[in-house]
Design a protein around this ligand. Structure first.
Ligand code: HEM
Ligand SMILES: *[C@@H]1O[C@H](CO)[C@@H](O)[C@H](O)[C@H]1NC(C)=O
Length: 336
């Protein structure tokens, strides 16, 4: 009897010892930030990626241009410091939100992201971050538009602040020099072919006349293909566009709704709308890749997937940084 109770005590002692060893390990691990992983929601919300896929499909059926928005979102969120869904936040009394800035001009469909968030909240409340929703909806948007499916890691957490004042530091303007653009992408670990592939996103969607009139008035930019000019002038008839008139030109007049290599043939043909598009096809650092992507969809998709993955992993908040935002457009209330 005595021996069995003492061995039980010994067992208990060892159990305690191993427990404390485990918690020591856990504490050690918490000190460095956890990394993004494949299928982060495997246990907590196994349907998460499927729910996002279904919602993106349903929204695309109703409004095709939602897919353009999801694709543009990943650039405007991830390239600005971190993929932290700060792009989705509304302005507060203390800070102006990123989406109110001129660099975000034309961004649309934010309220439909809310529908995706709500679908996930119904399924697994408080589990899936807005930043993972933003990144995965971009991925699904690309698929809807005819692009490649890109496997991505998850586990991003949401930032609590949107900071309009740092936007211009990170996002190039429509007429930025190629040197500055290359530098900004290099800072994220995206190389020249990666940049060329990502700008292939301008194979869909639109550009408003405010970003184009400087190439049309007072004189037409001689670098523009003369065959494309009448169309642009028709779409943008005023040197100073009426801000309420929503005047724009489609980025790729040939296949405006399809994510394809037509963009590269257009820019080689001097039909690129923005100066950055035009320069991509003329700068000697980027032109060789433009030519290669114009010829090979496989090469374009491969480089796009690689660069998209790097962009999607730019400086994420993980572990106990940030939060799981309850609502798409406002940071959680701090409870005390
Ligand atoms: C040098 C980098 C870039 C610049 C200067 C730039 C600039 C712009 C501008 C000015 C527009 C027109 C907005 C409007 O008038 O409504 C636009 C549209 C768009 N951009 Fe970019 N962009 C860049 C890179 C990217 C990247 C990397 C992506 C995605 C991977 C992207 C995706 C899009 C999409 C999808 C649209 C169409 C949006 C719509 O139709 O609603 N852009 N971009
Ligand atoms: C770029 O275009 C903006 C107008 O959108 C203009 O204010 C700015 O001066 C231009 N920058 C360059 C380098 O041409």
């Amino acid at each position: 009897m005595a021996s069995s109770s003492s061995s039980r005590a010994l067992l208990f002692f060892f159990a305690l010892l191993s427990l404390s060893a485990v918690s020591c390990f856990a504490a050690e691990r918490n000190e460095e930030d956890p990394v993004l992983v494949m299928d982060f929601y495997r246990d907590t919300c196994p349907q998460a990626e499927e729910v996002i896929r279904e919602q993106v499909k349903l929204l695309y059926k109703r409004h095709k241009n939602t897919a353009f928005s999801w694709l543009r979102n990943i650039f405007h969120d991830c390239a600005v410091q971190s993929c932290d869904a700060s792009l989705l936040l509304d302005s507060t009394r203390r800070s102006l939100s990123e989406k109110e800035m001129d660099r975000s001009f034309g961004m649309r469909n934010f309220r439909y992201i809310e529908e995706i968030k709500e679908a996930l909240e119904r399924e697994c409340p408080g589990v899936v971050s807005c930043s993972d929703i933003l990144v995965l909806s971009a991925r699904e948007g690309v698929v809807r538009l005819g692009g490649p499916f890109i496997p991505l890691k998850t586990g991003r957490r949401d930032g609590r602040r949107s900071r309009a004042e740092i936007l211009e530091q990170y996002l190039p303007d429509h007429n930025e020099s190629m040197s500055v653009v290359l530098e900004k992408f290099a800072d994220m670990g995206i190389d020249t072919p990666g940049l060329v592939a990502l700008l292939g996103a301008h194979s869909v969607g639109r550009t408003h006349c405010v970003k184009l009139v400087h190439r049309l008035y007072p004189e037409v930019d001689p670098q523009l293909n003369p065959d494309h000019v009448p169309h642009m002038l028709k779409k943008c008839p005023d040197a100073i566009p009426d801000p309420k008139a929503v005047q724009y030109v489609r980025n790729d007049r040939g296949t405006p709704m399809i994510f394809d290599t037509n963009y590269y043939r257009n820019i080689l043909d001097n039909k690129g709308l923005m100066m950055v598009d035009h320069q991509l096809a003329t700068d000697k650092r980027t032109k060789p890749y433009v030519k290669k992507m114009a010829k090979s969809q496989d090469y374009f998709f491969k480089e796009f997937s690689r660069a998209f993955t790097i962009l999607s992993e730019n400086n994420p908040l993980t572990g106990n940084k940030g939060e799981i935002r309850q609502q798409r457009n406002v940071a959680n209330k701090i409870r005390d």
